[in-house]
Design a protein around this ligand. Structure first.
Ligand code: RIB
Length: 298
């Protein structure tokens, strides 16, 4: 069973600030750094660092060499990434002193997926493979339809949230990996248990993994419902924490761990990631996560 990501690749321009800039304010940043990122790339990196072979499909511009190099160094297959004439997707990210972020996203080349590229990607997938998707590329409805037709299990991280996501054909979704806001967007419910129940009711074929930030994460699936607490750490930069969780969760499922073990490993990996700057660079290696599990007595 192979895992494919069709997802964004962004250059993250990260500005360290003592508070987020306010309307009408000009604020001097304390520092600027450029990191590889994009929800798609981060999740592929997390899968690869967790020890799972991953194929990444997507588009970059001629200025996206750093992103290809980062994926390659992590061990991801980059043969399904196309270089197009649009500039590479990028973000402007403010990170404040408590490690919280706010992100301005420019999709750029991430919106250049063509039917030809999708055909090339799906020609490499077979029934039973896993497709990991987020909401930073174009053509999501078409991608989900193709996945359903081919019997591919989709793991959907509907992030960043947009109301149009409600119209997606979601029958091939096997895992919803989402936060509270995204869950509320799909269901109109506010409480985590109610969000999970409403989604399970509508899509009984899918398990729901609801991330709750510094609190932890909730699982609801045919194996049961349970909550896994987060590991308390001092956050330096929370960018990419959810992506780290998603990659480690799926990698652990692929490895044959139970959903509960997979959730715990995802939480632990993301708690390590938030102690470091940047999105992709902060994602821990498998050995670090296993070592942390050992020292916590798992
Ligand atoms: O989830 C974090 C990611 O969101 C960043 O790397 C940024 O590129 C945005 O896509």
């Amino acid at each position: 069973m192979n895992i494919f990501t069709i997802g964004s690749l962004n250059l993250d321009y990260v500005y360290t600030v003592d508070h987020f800039v306010r309307p009408g304010e000009t604020l001097s940043a304390l520092k600027r750094e450029i990191f590889p990122g994009g929800k798609g790339l981060n999740q592929s990196i997390a899968l690869a660092r967790a020890g799972v072979p991953v194929y990444h499909g997507g588009c970059i511009g001629h200025d996206g060499g750093l992103l290809l190099q980062t994926l390659k160094e992590a061990g991801a297959d980059i043969s399904l990434v196309e270089i197009v004439e649009e500039p590479t997707g990028h973000t402007v990210i403010q990170v404040d002193t408590s490690g919280e972020n706010c992100i301005l996203l420019y999709g750029g080349a991430n919106h250049s997926l063509t039917p030809d590229l999708l055909e090339r990607i799906f020609a490499c997938c077979k029934k039973g493979d896993i497709l990991l998707l987020q909401n930073e590329v174009n053509a999501l409805p078409e991608i989900l339809r193709l996945a359903g037709k081919k019997g591919i299990f989709t793991a959907l991280n509907p992030s960043p949230w947009e109301d149009s996501l409600r119209e997606l054909p979601l029958e091939s979704v096997r895992w919803f990996l989402l936060n509270r806001l995204e869950g509320e967007g799909f269901t109109g419910e506010k409480e985590p248990e109610h969000i999970a129940a409403a989604l399970r009711n509508r899509y009984p074929q899918a398990a729901v993994v609801l991330t709750l930030g510094a609190k932890g994460a909730l699982y609801s699936g045919e194996e049961g419902d349970f909550f896994v607490p987060a590991f308390p750490v001092k956050a330096v930069d929370t960018t990419g924490a959810g992506d780290t969780f998603t990659g480690y969760f799926l990698a652990s499922i692929r490895e044959g761990l139970s959903p509960e073990q997979a959730m715990r490993r995802g939480c632990l990996a993301s708690s390590i990631a938030v102690t470091r700057k940047g999105a992709a660079p902060s994602i821990p290696l498998r050995e670090e996560v296993l070592q942390a599990e050992k020292s916590l007595g798992f």
